[in-house]
Design a protein around this ligand. Structure first.
Ligand code: ZN
Length: 185
């Protein structure tokens, strides 16, 4: 991003940047080493790289409505699959997880959001973390040998697997999307 992509406050005037010396320029609150940094600190957004409107934030290169448009485009390209009825449902639009269809319906009702706007995807159960005794010994370095310790590897992995079975972790499936028989976007 360069200075031309910044949105500056209405009363901003580049000639008014306070300058102490060659390495001190006043930003909004701090003294900066370059004029560019001082300008950056006073900027209130970027020009959206898609539509040119302000992003109203220095954290995004695109404005909210363009980001939403892109998300919808991405969503449309996903393959429609059926929900397995077990794994949580993830909403790309709200960044929320739903553990039942009822919870999802309730949310949509409360927030007055049509369900098709939620951009719902299935989720994939994660593998359990695998414990490796050699890595453990390497990391802690207090044992001369792993001899005799190998038996713990299996035991610990059994426990990790059990934890994961009882309290599974999921990640959103970015390849697929869910269809609950509503009109698809
Ligand atoms: Zn935009």
């Amino acid at each position: 991003m360069n200075i031309n992509d910044y949105i500056m406050p209405e009363d901003f005037d580049i000639n008014n940047i306070e300058e102490k010396d060659i390495t001190h320029y006043k930003g909004k609150t701090h003294w900066r080493q370059t004029k560019e940094e001082a300008i950056y600190e006073q900027a209130i957004g970027y020009k959206c790289k898609k539509c040119g409107k302000s992003t109203n934030s220095m954290s995004w290169a695109m404005c909210k409505s363009c980001r939403e448009e892109e998300e919808i485009e991405r969503h449309k390209k996903r393959t429609i699959v059926e929900w397995d009825g077990v794994s949580p449902i993830y909403s790309n639009h709200t960044d929320k997880w739903f553990h039942s269809y009822e919870a999802l319906e309730e949310y949509c009702e409360e927030e007055n959001t049509p369900i098709e706007k939620m951009l719902l995807v299935p989720t994939i159960k994660e593998e359990h973390r695998y414990f490796n005794i050699e890595n453990f010994v390497d990391e802690y370095g207090v044992y001369d040998t792993i001899e005799g310790l190998e038996k713990y590897e299996e035991q610990i992995n059994d426990i990790l697997k059990k934890i994961n079975d009882d309290y599974p972790a999921y990640t959103p499936d970015e390849e697929n999307r869910l269809d609950f028989n509503w009109s698809i976007l």
